[in-house]
Design a protein around this ligand. Structure first.
Ligand code: GUN
Ligand code: FE
Length: 465
């Protein structure tokens, strides 16, 4: 074993070496508990999996432990983290619209349906052009990786070819992703609509087959069924998608659910046979334990019971919820109390920010608003809880918590190396001599940004551009 202890950069982009990290390692072990280990040791195998995780190791023991546990087959890179540097699990973005990368920040304050018609549909129509899609999606995937989003659940546009390009780019650049061709064949302008249910379904089947050919074991990229929402899909389309879901028990599903008052009212008018959205999606076999429901703001008690019984995941998107339409605060405390799987979504560009750090901060603000509105009954989220939602909670929502979300042995190494000190630390609240590790973490989570995310790893591979 040739140990390189200098921290010298050996890009793991192509070389699959064993690597080890020693120093501060931070991750969630439950919604309320964040483990902060000052002297942690992680060994990552050439397969990108965590082969050893030790919580309390003296520096003098590191070489011996690595000599014992590493395969000894090739060279081993050992990274000794200094004060102010630490590892956390990669962020999981449970709800993200890749084609909206270029429209972020525009159309604030509009009602949801107006924002879709006036801003979003004209923009998404541009993805009929494959070269525009390649250029935009390349920048999008790079941009999210740069901000530490190691897993994203992406909505593509309606275009099959563009969405294939998105999946190819995720694979090439190494971002773990669920990628869906967006299904929408009604209530959008003809220039931004699937021409029929049959065409939409055929393009979906073709897209799924393409992604499965690209990554047969779904190591990095997985297709996901993506009915935009019931307003955008007619009965034939929802029914066809439900059949695909039933025929493919491994296929995840995502949609928008109870997001806004104008959306719920129109859904009930269009689908008058259902008295709520839970019954509607359940009828079409789309409300399952593999389903990611974005928003979940205005659920009736009955719907809450339904999504709990069915084990659906909730993608909480507090930035879009408070900047499109009114100020909508999803009852996340109640969801956590009931043990639902909840994660965070940037909903970029419904949300103006593409940063999970921003989503965490806004989740805190929104939960504070609910605490006030409920006179303390729904306690605001703690920092530990928002960190959980951004990592392990999100991994559960995406059905990936057996692979990622924290640093348990056997999981894949999706991680961020955070630097909070030094000339390149940006505008983070400066770390003071007396700051403990908990304060340094708090400063990063509340005031840090992508400049503090020095390295990003997915499946052990260094992927930050
Ligand atoms: N509902 C249907 N489509 C969308 C979308 O693109 N963004 C958001 N936030 N909600 C939607
Ligand atoms: Fe959305």
């Amino acid at each position: 074993m040739a140990a390189d202890t200098s921290g010298l950069e050996i890009s793991a982009r192509d070389l699959r070496l064993e690597q080890a990290f020693y120093g501060t390692i931070i991750h969630s072990v439950s919604p309320k508990e964040v483990q902060i280990l000052e002297k942690g040791l992680l060994l990552i195998g050439p397969d990108g999996k965590i082969s050893l995780f030790r919580e309390h190791v003296e520096k003098s023991q590191v070489a011996g432990l690595l000599a014992h546990y590493s395969s000894g087959a090739g060279s081993l890179r050992v990274r000794y983290l200094e004060r102010g540097q630490f590892l956390i699990p990669g962020f999981v973005d449970t709800h993200n619209h890749a084609p909206q990368w270029t429209q972020r920040g525009t159309g604030r304050g509009k009602l949801l349906l107006d924002w879709l018609n006036e801003i979003t549909f004209p923009h998404e129509a541009k993805f009929a052009d494959a070269s525009y899609a390649r250029k935009t999606y390349s920048s999008c995937v790079d941009g999210f990786l740069k901000q530490g989003i190691t897993t994203a659940s992406y909505y593509g546009s309606l275009h099959g070819e563009a969405t294939k390009i998105l999946a190819e780019l995720c694979l090439e650049k190494g971002q773990r992703a669920l990628v869906g061709k967006c299904n929408m064949n009604q209530n959008s302008p003809e220039y931004c609509s699937d021409s029929s249910a049959a065409d939409s379904l055929a393009a979906t089947e073709d897209f799924i087959a393409h992604v499965r050919r690209l990554d047969p074991e779904a190591k990095t990229v997985t297709p996901i069924l993506t009915p935009r929402f019931a307003i955008s899909c007619d009965r034939e389309l929802l029914s066809g998608l439900g059949k695909i879901a039933q025929a493919n028990p491994d296929l995840p599903i995502q949609t928008h659910f109870n997001e806004a008052e104008d959306e719920i009212a129109l859904t009930k008018t269009l689908y008058h046979e259902f008295s709520n959205e839970a019954d509607l999606y359940a009828h079409y076999n789309l409300l399952t334990s593999r389903t990611i429901l974005a928003h979940c703001i205005y659920l009736e008690e009955y719907e809450l019971d339904q999504i709990q019984q069915r084990g659906c995941g909730v993608a909480h998107c507090p930035i879009s919820n408070t900047t499109i339409g009114g100020f909508m605060a999803a009852p996340i405390r109640e969801y956590l109390r009931r043990g639902l799987n909840v994660g965070l979504g940037t909903d970029s560009g419904g949300g103006f920010s593409s940063s999970i750090l921003d989503a965490m901060r806004q989740a805190f603000i929104v939960s504070k608003a609910r605490e006030v509105a409920t006179e303390g009954a729904d306690e605001a989220l703690s920092l530990n809880e928002t960190f959980y939602l951004a990592t392990l909670g999100g991994a559960k929502v995406c059905g990936l918590s057996d692979k990622v979300g924290n640093f348990a042995e056997g999981k894949e190494f999706d991680a961020l190396e955070v630097h909070t000190m030094g000339a390149d630390a940006g505008v983070i609240a400066p770390v003071e001599e007396e700051d403990g590790l908990d304060v340094i973490l708090e400063k990063f989570l509340m005031t840090g940004d992508d400049r503090n995310i020095q390295k990003v790893y997915v499946r052990g591979r260094s992927v930050k551009v």
